[in-house]
Design a binder for this molecule. Structure first.
Ligand SMILES: [Zn+2]
Length: 330
C-alpha cells in the first residue's frame, strides 16, 4: 500500500500540517473503536498539579498507559514479543501518513495528548539518537504546533528495538510556556546571532536547551553534548537521555535531559511504598503519567522532587558536562 506524503497532502489540500494532522486523528477515531474510546476517555482524565518555584508539574491519571509505564524492555522480553511498530503487526485500522522515505506518522491509540502521534521508522532498526536526530528536527519543522520527542532505549522507549519518535500538541507540557521566563535565570552556555544554549540547574531535572534557526548549528551542538555525555557513560549502548523538539517562528527549541537512571526506587518498591512512575520525555516536560489511581492520589511534591533527583544527573556531573560544552562552543 502506498502511503501519502505529509508534504504532498499540504500541497494538494492547501491546509496547514497542523490541520491535516488533527483531521487525521479524527478520521482514525471514526474507523478505529479502540482509538475512539481512548481519545474520548482522555477528555475526562483526572489531572492535578504541584507548584514549584516558578514552574509547575502536572500529574495525569491515565490507566491506558500501564502497558507503556510497566513495559518490560529487557532483551528476553523484547525478543519474545511481536514488535507492535512493525507494519505486519499493526492493527489494520491504523492508517499512516508518510514522512520522507523512512518515517510513518501513526495515531497513537493510547494517548496522553489530545492529538498524539507515534512516528515510526518503516524498518525494524534499533532506537538510537544521533543517527536520527536530523530526522527528528526535520519532522518537528514539518509539524509546527506539535512537540516531537525521543525516549532513549533505556529511558522510557517501550520499543527500544524499533526506531520511533512521538509527538503531541506543544501547549500541553508546562515546559513549553515556562521556558521563555525561566531562561532568564538559567546559565547561558553559548550565544551567537542565530543560536543560544542554556543549562538549567534548579528545575528539579537537569536540562540543556538549544534555540536556533540553523539546522547545522543544532546538529553541531547536539553532537558535542552527546559526545561528552557518552564519555561519561561508556558502558551504555547510548548515553541515557530524553529529548523534546519544537519548531516555531522559524527556529527550533530543543530540550535535552541527560539522565543516570531509568526507573526510580519507588517503581520497584512493594505495597504502599510503590509508585508506578516510569519517567520519560513527557514527565520531563512537566507531566507525570500515573497509570494507577492509588499512585495518582498519594503522590506528593516530595515524591516528584525525589524521583527527578534519582533519574537526573547529579549537579556536579551536570556542571562538568555543561562546562565542557561551554568550552567547546566558545
Ligand atoms: Zn519493529
Amino acid at each position: 500500500m502506498i502511503m501519502e506524503q505529509l508534504l504532498d497532502i499540504i500541497l494538494k489540500t492547501n491546509k496547514s500540517s497542523n490541520q491535516i494532522l488533527r483531521e487525521f486523528v479524527e478520521s482514525e477515531k471514526l474507523l478505529w473503536p479502540l482509538a475512539a474510546a481512548n481519545y474520548n476517555g482522555l477528555k475526562s482524565v483526572e489531572e492535578k498539579q504541584f507548584q514549584f518555584d516558578g514552574f509547575q508539574i502536572k500529574v495525569q491519571f491515565n490507566p491506558e498507559r500501564m502497558r507503556s509505564s510497566a513495559a518490560k524492555v529487557d532483551k528476553q522480553s523484547i525478543a519474545a514479543r511481536k514488535c507492535f511498530l512493525c507494519s505486519e503487526n499493526r492493527p489494520t485500522e491504523q492508517d499512516a501518513i508518510a514522512f520522507g522515505d523512512r518515517f510513518l506518522i501513526l495515531v497513537n491509540p493510547f494517548p496522553i495528548f489530545q492529538t498524539h502521534f507515534t512516528i515510526t521508522c518503516n524498518s525494524h532498526i534499533d532506537q538510537r539518537f544521533i543517527p536520527n536526530v536530523k530526522s527528528m528536527l526535520e519532522i518537528a519543522a514539518a509539524m509546527e504546533g506539535f512537540t516531537v520527542f525521543y525516549n532513549g532505549p533505556e529511558c522510557g522507549a517501550s520499543a527500544p528495538d524499533h526506531l520511533h519518535f512521538q509527538a503531541g500538541e506543544s501547549s500541553f507540557m508546562p515546559i513549553a510556556t515556562e521556558f521563555e521566563q525561566l531562561k532568564s535565570t538559567a546559565r547561558q552556555l553559548y550565544s551567537a546571532a542565530e543560536t543560544q544554549v542554556w543549562a538549567f540547574d534548579d528545575y528539579l531535572r537537569k536540562i540543556i536547551s538549544v534555540e536556533t534557526s540553523s539546522l547545522d548549528e543544532a546538529l553541531r551542538i547536539i553532537g558535542i553534548y552527546f559526545t561528552y555525555l557518552q564519555a561519561m557513560q561508556p558502558e551504555k549502548i547510548e548515553p541515557m537521555m530524553n529529548a523534546l523538539c519544537t519548531f516555531s517562528g522559524e527556529k527550533w527549541t530543543i530540550h535535552l535531559f541527560p539522565r543516570k537512571l531509568h526507573r526510580p526506587s519507588q517503581f520497584f518498591a512493594e505495597g504502599n511504598d510503590q509508585l508506578l512512575i516510569s519517567p520519560a520525555s513527557v514527565d520531563f516536560g512537566g507531566v507525570f503519567i500515573s497509570p494507577r489511581k492509588e499512585d495518582f492520589d498519594k503522590i506528593t511534591k516530595e515524591d516528584i522532587e525525589d524521583i527527578f533527583n534519582q533519574v537526573s544527573l547529579k549537579q556536579d556531573t551536570f556542571q562538568k558536562l555543561t562546562e565542557k560544552i561551554r568550552t567547546d562552543l566558545n
